[in-house]
Design a protein around this ligand. Structure first.
Ligand code: PHE
Length: 342
């Protein structure tokens, strides 16, 4: 009786297994035979009530059937899995008309763009780009530039002093001396870099900003203010993309003699008057002059042999005029609404 039952069970299970169409159905079927209340399980459970000889025989056959069924289930499970994978692959397709994912591109900060442009123009005019330390000492930041300890000009360039005698440089001018000490003229350099001031910030003042220093030195009598004017006019023409007039106003710097302030005709309104030039039609853009004899002396050069000009302009100011930016603090705000415009 049991034997017939097992055979029938085997055939029934075999048929049912191949009929299943997915893993869920298969799982249900497995439970029907081998689950807690499964047909095969209950046969196995009833073994203990059978007489010993029958129990041995039926037990062996039932266990064989169990193993057989497990193998059948595994086989079917693998088949169904493969089938559903193939089907879902068939269903998968790419809609080429969908818009692509937008990749956000960063770009250079407007001050970096400005510095690169300045460097490019001066390099094409034969100037080398030199750098100097942001942490200076009194000797280079002041004394070598003809600003001794008791000189009131130190107030102009008040700075942040560090322990141990260092200070944050207030201008790029110390690099004039650093370079002249090590390099024999004739020479032409620009020095772009970050500078620091003891400053109450407002729309046109920051505690740190960028300058570019210029220095051109040659034999005595060879370099004049006329050379300076021509070079700087050419620089502005290329930087602003149009011819601008420049004006030299007498001024004072301890490290140049004579000294002057350089204004450009307002490139925004072209001289008609606007808010950028405060209706004066001129914008002050740099300090300059002929290198003071004491600067040569402090660099180990004889002022009787050499002559040249130096200038220093604010890179931030250049960028503000070019891009019509009315507040220097925007450069350092990290505000993407501002930065994305360049
Ligand atoms: N170092 C001066 C400043 O920071 C600018 C300057 C440079 C003036 C070179 C004359 C010559 O204001």
């Amino acid at each position: 009786m049991a034997r017939i039952n097992l055979k029938r069970l085997k055939n029934k299970a075999k048929k049912e297994i191949v009929k299943t169409q997915n893993l869920k159905e298969l799982d249900k079927l497995f439970k029907k035979y081998s689950g807690k209340r499964g047909e095969l399980t209950s046969i196995l459970r009833s073994l203990k009530e059978m007489p010993k000889t029958k129990r041995l025989k039926v037990g062996r056959q039932a266990n064989e059937l169990k193993e057989f069924l497990i193998a059948q289930f595994d086989k079917r499970a693998k088949f169904l899995k493969d089938k559903s994978e193939k089907e879902s692959k068939k269903k998968e397709w790419i809609d080429v008309t969908l818009p692509g994912e937008k990749i956000l591109l960063g770009h250079l900060h407007p001050l970096t763009q400005t510095r690169r442009k300045v460097e490019e123009i001066f390099q094409s005019l034969g100037f080398s780009v030199i750098e100097g330390p942001e942490i200076e000492n009194e000797w280079y930041n002041f004394d070598t530039l003809n600003i001794p300890k008791d000189h009131p000009a130190r107030d102009f360039w008040d700075t942040l002093y560090l322990k141990g005698g260092g200070l944050l440089r207030t201008h790029t001018s110390p690099v004039q001396v650093r370079f002249l000490e090590k390099n024999k003229p004739p020479l032409r350099i620009i020095v772009p870099g970050r500078v620091f001031r003891h400053e109450a910030t407002d729309a046109s003042h920051e505690i740190n900003f960028y300058q570019v220093e210029g220095l051109m030195v040659d034999d005595k009598g060879k370099i004049s203010i006329a050379h300076f004017k021509a070079i700087i006019e050419e620089f502005f023409r290329r930087f602003f993309g149009k011819r601008v007039k420049i004006r030299l106003r007498p001024s004072f710097f301890p490290f140049t003699e004579p000294s002057f302030e350089v204004d450009v005709s307002c490139p925004i309104c072209g001289g008609k008057g606007c808010s950028a030039c405060k209706n004066s039609s001129w914008i002050e853009i740099m300090g300059a002059g002929m290198v003071h004899p004491n600067v040569f002396k402090n660099s180990g050069l004889n002022p009787k042999d050499w002559q040249g000009f130096a200038f220093g302009m604010g890179m931030d100011r250049l960028a503000m005029v070019k891009y019509k930016i009315n507040d220097i603090r925007l450069f350092y705000s990290g505000d993407l609404r501002f930065l994305k415009q360049f």
